[in-house]
Design a protein around this ligand. Structure first.
Ligand SMILES: NC(=O)c1ccc[n+]([C@@H]2O[C@H](COP(=O)([O-])OP(=O)(O)OC[C@H]3O[C@@H](n4cnc5c(N)ncnc54)[C@H](O)[C@@H]3O)[C@@H](O)[C@H]2O)c1
Length: 255
C-alpha cells in the first residue's frame, strides 16, 4: 500500500522552455507531483502543455516570455506571484542549440546563444530569488549539458553557455545557501527532444546510430528520464545538495 505524499505538494514552480522536450516532460511530472506549474516559453506550444496539465486535473498557467529579456522575466515573476502568491522552485531549462566554430558563427549568433542559455538563467534567478527569500527558501535547478563539462566539436557558443551555467550554479549556491535556497544543475547527454530531432535531421541514419553506439547505454535518453532527475533536485529528497552537478548521460562522460 502506497501512502506516498506527492513530492511537490503545494509548491509553486516556474519551468522555462516548458513548451517542448525536457521542459514539457518536467512540467507534466511536476504537476503530477502536486506542484502549481508556471509554464514559461517564448513559443505558443506552452499553451498546449498548460492545457494538457489542466485536462489531467493539474494546476498550471502559461506565460509567454523571452527569458533573455529583463522586462519579460520581471513580468513572469510578477504574474506568478499575482496568481499563486509565492514561488518555491525555478527550473532554468530554456535553451537553444548552436553549431559552428568561432570562425563560423557571427557575433550576433554568439550573443543570442549566451543571452538565452546563460543570461536567461541569470535574469530568472535575479527576479525569482527575492520572492524565494520572502517565502523562507527555495530551489533552483539549471539545465546545463555534458557539453558544459567537456568540449563538443563545432559547438563553441553552446559549450561556453553551458559551462558558464555550471559555474553560475555554484556561485548562486554559495551566495544564497544562508537564505535556504539550494541551487543545482543537471547535465544531460543526448535526449530525444524536438531540439535533438532538428539537429539530427541533417545527419544520415548511419551517423545517428553511430552517435548512439558511443553512449554506453546504447540509446539516447527519453525526456522523462531527465525530468525525473530534475524532480529529485527540486524536491526535498535532495535536501543536502547544493552547488552540485548531476550528470544524466547514459555513461557518455564516464568513458
Ligand atoms: N536534447 C538534448 O539532447 C539536450 C542535451 C543536453 C542539454 N539539453 C538542454 O535541455 C534544455 C531543453 O532542451 P530540449 O532538448 O528540451 O529543447 P527543445 O527545443 O525541445 O525545447 C526548448 C524550449 O525552450 C524554448 N525557448 C527557446 N528560447 C527561449 C527563450 N528565449 N525564452 C523562453 N523559452 C525559450 C523553446 O521554445 C522550446 O519550447 C536546453 O537548455 C538544452 O540546451 C538538451
Amino acid at each position: 500500500m502506497s501512502t506516498r505524499k506527492p513530492r511537490l505538494e503545494g509548491k509553486v514552480a516556474i519551468i522555462t522552455g516548458a513548451g517542448s522536450g525536457i521542459g514539457r516532460a518536467t512540467a507534466l511530472l511536476f504537476a503530477e507531483e502536486g506542484a502549481k506549474v508556471v509554464i514559461c516559453d517564448i513559443a505558443e506550444s506552452g499553451a498546449e502543455v498548460c492545457k494538457e496539465i489542466t485536462e489531467r486535473g493539474g494546476e498550471a498557467i502559461f506565460i509567454k516570455v523571452d527569458v533573455s529579456k529583463a522586462k519579460d522575466v520581471a513580468y513572469l515573476i510578477e504574474k506568478t506571484i499575482e496568481r499563486y502568491g509565492r514561488l518555491d522552485v525555478l527550473v532554468n531549462n530554456a535553451g537553444i542549440p548552436s553549431s559552428g566554430t568561432v570562425l563560423d558563427i557571427t557575433e550576433a549568433e554568439w550573443d543570442r546563444v549566451l543571452d538565452v542559455n546563460l543570461k536567461g538563467a541569470f535574469l530568472c534567478s535575479k527576479y525569482a530569488i527575492p520572492e524565494m527569500m520572502k517565502g523562507g527558501g527555495g530551489v533552483i535547478v539549471n539545465v546545463a549539458s555534458v557539453l558544459g563539462l567537456v568540449g563538443g566539436k563545432g559547438e563553441a557558443a553552446y559549450c561556453a553557455s553551458k559551462g558558464g551555467l555550471i559555474a553560475l550554479t555554484k556561485a548562486l549556491a554559495l551566495d544564497f545557501a544562508e537564505y535556504k535556497i539550494r541551487v543545482n544543475c543537471i547535465c544531460p547527454g543526448s535526449v530525444e527532444t524536438p531540439m535533438r530531432q532538428r539537429i539530427m535531421a541533417s545527419k544520415a541514419p548511419e551517423e545517428r546510430r553511430a552517435a548512439e553506439l558511443k553512449i554506453p547505454i546504447k540509446r539516447v535518453a527519453r525526456p522523462e528520464e531527465i525530468a525525473r532527475a530534475i524532480l529529485f533536485l527540486a524536491s526535498d529528497e535532495s535536501s543536502y545538495m547544493t552547488g552540485s552537478t548531476l550528470v544524466v548521460d547514459g555513461g557518455w562522460t564516464a568513458q
